[in-house]
Design a binder for this molecule. Sequence first.
Ligand SMILES: NC(=O)c1ccc[n+]([C@@H]2O[C@H](COP(=O)([O-])OP(=O)(O)OC[C@H]3O[C@@H](n4cnc5c(N)ncnc54)[C@H](O)[C@@H]3O)[C@@H](O)[C@H]2O)c1
Length: 345
Amino acid sequence: MKKYNVGVIGYGWAAGAHIAAINATTQAQVTAVYSSRPLDDAELSAKHGSPIKSYQNLDEMLNDPDIHVVDITSYPSQHRNQAVAAANAKKHVILEKPMANSLQEVREIAAAVKANGVKGCVCFECRFSGQMLSTKAVIEEGLLGSLHYGEVDYYHGIGPWYGQFRWNVGKKDGGSALLTAGCHALDALLMCMGSEVESVSSFSTKSASDIFKPYEYNTSSVTILNFKNGAVGKCAAIVDCLQPYYFHTHLVGSHGSLLDNKFHSSKLGTDKSKWSELSMKMLDSGDVSDHPYETQFQAFFDALDAGTDMPLTSIAESLRTFEVVFAADKSAEQGGKPVKIADLA
Ligand SMILES: NC(=O)c1ccc[n+]([C@@H]2O[C@H](COP(=O)([O-])OP(=O)(O)OC[C@H]3O[C@@H](n4cnc5c(N)ncnc54)[C@H](O)[C@@H]3O)[C@@H](O)[C@H]2O)c1
């Protein structure tokens, strides 16, 4: 038996990818699933290749002393109560994005995790993608010098062809263009820029297409960021587009630039009128089976072994990203009026 038993909350699309990724780690296995639907234990166990007990009562699963980690893949509006209950039951927490759809709820989750001395992992798994790990390495090697401008944008049409559409169109669970999906790009931008955000200005709108009419909120937003070190940045979150998935990254520094998988560095003495190319796996799909959950969860369980917060996507680190998300949405509601992070209530 491996060291960590994981109980998964929710049994939808993300849960399937999480179970495979958790079972592929060195130290953990999924042993329980809580769902509002009755599930067949034998079928679940056969499908995922290990014994899994299903629960229809969350408290019963949380009371099981053999479960060490709870993985939350439910609707966003359920995240706060489930994450707080899991932390209070002294379980470590894996939490899908968005952490929750209000800043107060996100703060309550962070407080419960801290108060109970458990650890957390937020599913900003893009930070563990080949593309972002290589991009981070280029920055840390100093090849771009000091960054003064960065933009990371999320273009992914989430229409009726997408399973999430049925609940994503509602304000309660979808939230905003940033909360529902664009937060991945904003989070990647914050990782690349490496400085805290001072203030943001954001504007939002929505497509005139009938396809996206069911959305109860603006599905395109653009946010301008002022960083504490003087750098500036931009993040577009577009979920009402008709085009291939595109995670656009453009970073500009004192010694070079990076555009997606291309870069120029004056430190290498190459020709700045031509790009050099990086060979790396690109973030080019919203499909969860394609996402680097396994690398992320392995890092989380390694951190649990070491008794430390995980790198890159701990609760505290992700809380900072969500503060910027909520500041941006507040600014967009006020027609683009700048919002300082320090002034968030
Ligand atoms: N990190 C990422 O890139 C990523 C990708 C996909 C989803 N997510 C997140 O994961 C969470 C879940 O999203 P999802 O795509 O898995 O949504 P989903 O619709 O497949 O599942 C959402 C919830 O609905 C429940 N559900 C699904 N089908 C059901 C049914 N027939 N009857 C009753 N309940 C049912 C699931 O058990 C789950 O609790 C959300 O927070 C979402 O934002 C994140």
